[in-house]
Structures are given as C-alpha cells and as structure tokens.
Ligand binder design. Structure first.
Ligand SMILES: [Zn+2]
Length: 243
C-alpha cells in the first residue's frame, strides 16, 4: 500500500454523474486544493435521471445538477473548471466519440493526476460508472500519444498518475484528516440527490437525524480506510503510475 502522492499542480477528476467525484475522492481533492492544486471536474453525463420523482422536469434537473456540481466543487475549495460533456444519464458509452472528448480535455487541462471510477470493480451495476471509468483510462492512452486525434491540434499530454476510486483492489491511501468536513459540505451541495443517493428525506421531521446518519456513514468509511494504515481518516484508491 502506497501513501500520499506528492501534491499535484493540476488534478482532473472524471465522474459519470454530478456527485460521483465528491463521493469517490472529495476529501483528497479538498486536501490538494488547500495545498494549492488546481482541481478540475469532468462530468460525463447530464444527470437527468437522478430523481425518484416520476413528475420531475428532467431538463430543469440538468440545470439544477450543474449548479449543484459547481457549488460542490467550490465547497471542496476547487479553483478549476467544471466541464460537462452532457451525455444522457444512463446511456453513457465508452466509444470513440466519448474517448475523443475525454482525451481533448486531458490535453487542454494538462492534469498531473487524473482520478476516475474503477471500471473493473466487480459486480458493479451502473453502466455509466463502468463506462466513465473506461473513458478515464482510454482517454489517457489517447491524450498521451501525439498520433491519436491529431485534429485536436493540442500538445499531447501524459499525466503522472491515475487514481481509481471505488477500487476493486485498492493499493494506495490518501490521508484526508482535516478535510472530511469539506467532503461532507460538497456532498450536501448536491441537494437534488439527498433522497435518491444519500437517503435523506427532508420532508420528514427527523431530517436532522437523517443528515447525521448519512454523515456518520461517510465518516465511518473514511475511518475504516484510515485504520488499515494507522491513520485517522483516509480515502483508498487503485494507483496506476506507469502511464
Ligand atoms: Zn453516479
């Protein structure tokens, strides 16, 4: 198990939906932002299926979720861009067109470290998470080689490291003590997801208890990762650094 990458000059976190990045690596991004990294978000889908309410106006939801993602990035202290590729939620593919777009943004933003979903996590149900993970991996392969997509007319770019969150076989730990509150604040910024993702029903009279229960679950997971490495709180990843 390796511990703590050097603080990257630029980090790019690639998620399938608004909120995935905060769940997967929010505290690590908050730590790096506080240390001076420029942190960018790249969100592959429009998040239009992120509601349990059949009467939701999905076009409105897309706009809401972009605003929530920007607020969440700000809560992490991120000073970079939030890029939205806008593919329909639930229908993300990891085809050539999507790879072209991810490679383009890697070349434009020139991240030192890329973070993304582990596409090889076993028994993963949601196809968007699998495809977004593949796009992070395959986007790097295309971005690093000058003969891929030369029409982009951008210099090729090879990041130093890829960190996969929700990792099937984690082998890297980031100490995030002191940055858990920022992760929680960023998660709470995804207000439209409180019920469907965080299981917090704000219409009930025990909303405070439900918020507390959610925060306790997140803290418990970070403490569990930390305990394995003798730390207070940590996020765990699969590290790939021979890119
Ligand atoms: Zn997601």
């Amino acid at each position: 198990m390796s511990l703590n990458l050097a603080t990257p000059a630029v980090a790019l976190a690639i998620g399938a939906h608004p909120d995935d990045v905060e769940f997967g690596c929010g505290a690590t991004l908050a730590k790096w932002s506080a240390a001076g990294s420029v942190v960018h978000h790249l969100i592959c889908t429009d998040g239009s299926k992120g509601s349990w309410d059949p009467s939701t106006d999905t076009a409105e939801l897309v706009v809401t979720r972009q605003a929530e993602q920007r607020a969440a990035a700000a809560a992490l202290g991120a000073t970079g861009q939030c890029v939205f590729l806008g593919w329909p939620d639930g229908e993300l593919d990891s085809g050539l067109r999507q790879r072209w777009e991810v490679a383009y943004w890697i070349r434009r933003l020139q991240p030192t470290v890329v973070l993304g979903h582990d596409p090889w996590k076993r028994y993963r149900l949601h196809p968007d998470h699998r495809h977004a993970g593949l796009l992070a991996v395959e986007g790097i392969v295309a971005a690093r080689d000058p003969h891929f997509f030369p029409e982009q007319a951008l210099p090729h770019h090879r990041p130093d490291a890829l960190l996969l969150f929700e990792a099937d076989e984690p082998d890297h730990t980031e100490d995030v003590a002191g940055h858990v509150d920022a992760k929680l604040a960023a998660l709470r910024a995804h207000k439209s997801q409180l019920l469907s993702t965080m299981h917090i029903d704000e219409s009930g009279d025990d909303a405070d208890a439900q918020h507390k229960g959610f925060e306790d679950r997140i803290r418990a997971r970070l403490e569990e990762h930390g305990l394995r490495e003798g730390l207070v709180e940590a996020e765990a990843f699969k590290l790939i650094d021979n890119l």
